[in-house]
Write a protein that binds this ligand. Structure first.
Ligand SMILES: C[S@@+](CC[C@H](N)C(=O)[O-])C[C@H]1O[C@@H](n2cnc3c(N)ncnc32)[C@H](O)[C@@H]1O
Length: 340
């Protein structure tokens, strides 16, 4: 049975003899183009769909996956997705998202070919588990274990594991399960590490936590493992080195702050300070000069307006984020900047 149509019915519809259909189905022969064309008519699908050829990254088709982030992430773009969707180019080749976070935009667009990255290695380990069935199954098992054992004490027990020497030898699915569990059980879904790199967010004091949504996880697995999605953990500048004319890069860096008194250097070794915003703007211009479609979101600050002078800057109202020091109540101004 090929996609719900019996071989007899298929013979009637296409005129291709049953034996030949059988051999195609079993992978013993490759069908000719003429046979493929007949099959595509019988199944009412396009040739490229039948042959599974990624023709272009047409994001308009994306909705069918119904996927959304599996972790809560600071700066998540869920609330301004409509604005972002309105502004994406109609057609592009490979999609790049170097500041992936929870992946709200990636999952909404669900492109067939993408390079996604974040400097947070634990987060990237979790995404990678969705590309390997073995790791995926083990991830789910561990998540269910954490969920069933959850308590205030258990949370702190799991949180402290990254301080032990064994942690570095943890398998990828164990690191990923710990990270997802902590994300669901900690205060406000924050990800924060101390100066030594140890996770230090207090417990959210929830009686129960839900670590695993079967339908969502299956759909994410299906999407990340059946498309051409390269998942890496590198600095943003390195990630986009391979972007070419006709590709599309979306930058969602850590926000610039509204506090204009802060000087032009990073506040700590890993912080994304004003100098990092300037480095990003330089990379943005270089990509633009190469003919890459580039989009960036950030706060509407003086620095950002100055750095992206000459590009299309749209100001949008978003709900105020916890850390921003914007003046005014309720809303905070963000910008979506495009070079097209
Ligand atoms: C604002 S968040 C992205 C939010 C995301 N788009 C979402 O919807 O959830 C910024 C991300 O950039 C990452 N990051 C910070 N500095 C980076 C760098 N130099 N290169 C790559 N990623 C970086 C952080 O780990 C963080 O996950």
């Amino acid at each position: 049975m090929l996609q719900g149509i019996s071989q007899i019915r298929l013979t009637e519809l296409t005129g291709i003899v049953r034996e030949q259909i059988s051999r195609i189905e079993n992978g013993q022969i490759n069908p000719t183009l003429e046979t493929i064309a007949k099959l595509s008519i019988a199944f009412n699908v396009t040739l490229s769909e039948l042959m599974d050829i990624p023709v272009e990254n047409n994001v308009r088709e994306s909705g069918r996956f119904k996927i959304k982030p599996f972790v809560k992430w600071a700066g998540g773009k869920t609330q301004i997705l409509d604005k972002i969707r309105e502004n994406i180019p109609n057609n592009f080749n490979t999609y790049y998202e170097p500041f992936l976070g929870g992946g709200a935009v990636l999952f909404d667009l669900a492109p067939k070919s993408a390079v996604i990255s974040d400097s947070n290695q634990e987060l990237i380990s979790a995404f990678r588990c969705f590309q390997n069935r073995n790791n995926y199954v083990l991830l789910v098992e561990e998540l269910l274990k954490h969920q069933s054992k959850h308590s205030e004490d258990y949370y702190y027990q799991i949180r402290e594991i990254d301080r032990t020497p064994e942690y570095k030898d943890f398998k990828i699915f164990s690191k990923a399960a710990r990270m997802i569990y902590l994300n669901k059980a900690c205060f406000n879904g924050l990800y924060r590490v101390n100066s030594k790199g140890y996770f230090n967010v207090p417990s959210g004091k929830y009686e129960k936590v839900n670590t695993y949504d079967e339908k969502l996880f299956e759909n994410i697995y299906e999407y990340l493992s059946n498309n051409k999605i390269k998942i890496i953990s590198e600095d943003f500048e390195k990630v986009v080195e391979s972007a070419k004319q006709g590709d599309f890069v979306y930058f969602d860096p850590p926000y610039d702050t509204f506090d204009e008194q802060k000087n032009f250097t990073a506040y700590s070794k890993d912080a994304f300070g004003k100098d990092e915003q300037a480095r990003l703007a330089r990379v943005y211009r270089e990509l633009s000069n190469k003919g890459v479609y580039v989009m960036l979101s950030n706060h509407n600050t003086e620095l950002i307006k100055e750095l992206y002078l000459g590009f299309n800057i749209q100001v949008i109202q978003a709900k105020r984020s916890i850390n921003s020091k914007a003046t005014g109540r309720g809303n905070v101004e963000e910008v979506v900047i495009t070079n097209y």
